[in-house]
Design a protein around this ligand. Structure first.
Ligand code: GLN
Length: 504
């Protein structure tokens, strides 16, 4: 078992087949640019893999068969005519179905948007297209990105490609499963409390949540605006760096978008970790419900980083215990406000037979939203209501500051923090659906980074004795994505991990 071929090596077409391709995005783009392979062949192969395998995995809510083939042919035509091809030439990309692609349906995994047609392209979609990527479809998610297993989708659950009958994680479970199954080399998800990192861990792939504000959220349907961030899934660290290079850009259409230095994320990945100070937050290794096998596996991976020259020591994030309760006040509060727009009048589903306006609102929302979304709207509305605003919402914001300060203090002594991404590997479907609290605890190790606005990446660190993937999470100070990616790359090189559908 070895890693996906480096970009310098010409792509071997036999690796792209019906079992799902195993070429990386950078290898594909290199091959398409040099003419060794065509975008049409690559995209056809992945669409065939979806046809063959997605009736069991159910990663996709929509596949853009015709549109994708047309875009692929346009890329090949551009090459033949001597045009300059972009950095993602012919690379098939899957998108979580909460990002708008003009003219296509964006459901957010909800009945209320079942027929909602996107009026414009999200900024990330613009950026992907401008680098000649090919969008092959939209992936399943927990309704409005609320959940940790993709079982809250109004349409169907998605299977973990590693373990049928187990969840892929969530809320971006479809995007993670699509990459793990080889339906696409890369995809995009959104991470509000862990929804990129946690499914990446459970599906044995790389998932990166960038710094808050680094990637534009224009055209991402808002869940909790002070926490949401778009980021990549991939099989290799290099591919996540490449995607970040393309999507990280200041956008005047998103007021939270920051003017961070552009690009360069894929450079210097192999600089190593010699002398890098890595802290192990004690609280993250003792989290409620942690599986000892996960903890042991991550500790072993950390030893590999140490052997590569990193300086490892214990760290402390003392307010970790309050993160989940803080998040479950702030996120629902913001969601209750963001979701007010889905009123049966302006967007999507409308209960047209309602006798008056108030009933139209009630009946459209009553029938359009699922149980978890309703639970969050009620929680959030309560936390923001006049009598309780100070006691709940304001207090949560004060605790959020304490959590942010924990990180600031830790980063005075460390360049990075390392810990498990999820306290447990993929769990059986249905196991946590009856108990929302147990589902909320799945994000205990990812939520603090969203509250602090810092970047985090999940890298595969191995398999449990049952063959379920384990993810190691690295956290960095705001805008230190380069350090994050460099350490992730070092880990990937020190501990090559198995990939599904790849037998090279
Ligand atoms: N699982 C968390 C939630 O349900 C995080 C979701 C996310 O990051 N979108 O809110």
């Amino acid at each position: 078992m070895s890693q996906t071929p480096p970009p310098s090596k010409p792509p071997r077409l036999k690796e792209e087949g019906r079992a799902g391709g195993s070429l990386s995005a950078s290898a594909i783009a290199g091959g398409v640019r040099s003419g060794e392979t065509s975008a049409e062949e690559i995209v056809r192969g992945r669409l065939d893999a979806v046809k063959e395998g997605d009736s069991t995995i159910k990663a996709f809510l929509a596949v853009f068969e015709d549109g994708a083939m047309e875009s692929a042919r346009a890329v090949d035509r551009k090459r033949r005519e001597g045009g300059r091809l972009g950095r993602l030439a012919g690379v098939p990309v899957a998108l979580k179905d909460n990002m708008l692609v003009k003219g296509t349906i964006t459901t957010c995994g909800s009945r209320i948007l079942e027929n909602y047609r996107s009026p414009y392209d999200a900024t990330v979609v613009d950026l992907l297209k401008s680098e000649d990527a090919v969008i092959i479809g939209k992936t399943n998610l927990d309704e409005f990105a609320m959940g940790s297993s993709t079982e809250n989708s109004a349409f169907f659950p998605t299977q973990n490609p590693w373990a049928p009958g187990h969840v892929p994680g969530g809320s971006s479970g479809g995007s993670a499963a699509a990459v793990a199954a080889g339906f696409a080399p890369v995809s995009l998800g959104s991470d509000t409390g862990g929804s990129i990192r946690q499914p990446a861990a459970l599906c044995g792939i790389v998932g990166l949540k960038p710094t808050y504000g680094l990637v534009s959220r224009y055209g991402l349907v808002a869940f909790a605006s002070s926490l949401d961030q778009i980021g990549p899934f991939s099989r290799t660290v290099e591919d996540s760096a490449l995607l970040l290079d393309v999507i990280a850009a200041k956008d005047p259409r998103d007021s939270t978008s920051k003017a961070a230095p552009r690009g360069g994320y894929a450079e210097g990945l192999d600089a190593g970790v010699k002398g890098l100070r890595i802290g192990l937050p004690r609280q993250y290794f003792e989290a409620q419900g942690s599986d000892p096998e996960v903890v042991a596996n991550v500790q072993e991976a950390i030893r590999a980083l140490e052997a590569a020259g990193a300086v490892v020591a214990e760290a402390s994030l003392p307010h970790t215990d309050y993160a989940v309760s803080t998040y479950y006040l702030i996120a629902p509060a913001e969601a209750s406000s963001n979701l007010a727009r889905f009123d049966g009048v302006r967007y999507g589903f409308s209960e047209k037979t309602a006798p008056d306006l108030a009933s139209l609102y009630e009946e459209s929302r009553g029938a359009g939203f699922g149980a978890e979304v309703k639970r969050r709207i009620m929680l959030g509305t309560y936390a923001l209501s006049a009598g309780y605003h100070d006691a709940y919402y304001e207090k949560a914001n004060r605790v959020r500051t304490l959590i942010r300060r924990d990180f600031e203090e830790a980063f005075e002594s460390f360049d990075l923090l390392a810990a498990p991404t999820s306290p447990v590997p993929a769990f059986p479907m249905g196991e946590r659906m009856k108990d929302p609290l147990s589902m909320y605890l799945a994000d205990i190790l990812t939520i603090p980074a969203n509250l602090a606005g810092i970047p985090g990446i999940s890298v595969p660190s191995g398999l449990t004795s049952k063959g379920l993937p384990v993810g190691l999470q690295l956290l960095a100070p705001a805008f230190a994505e380069k350090t994050l990616l460099r350490a992730a790359f070092a880990l990937e090189s020190a501990r090559p991990f198995p990939r599904l559908g790849s037998n090279d």
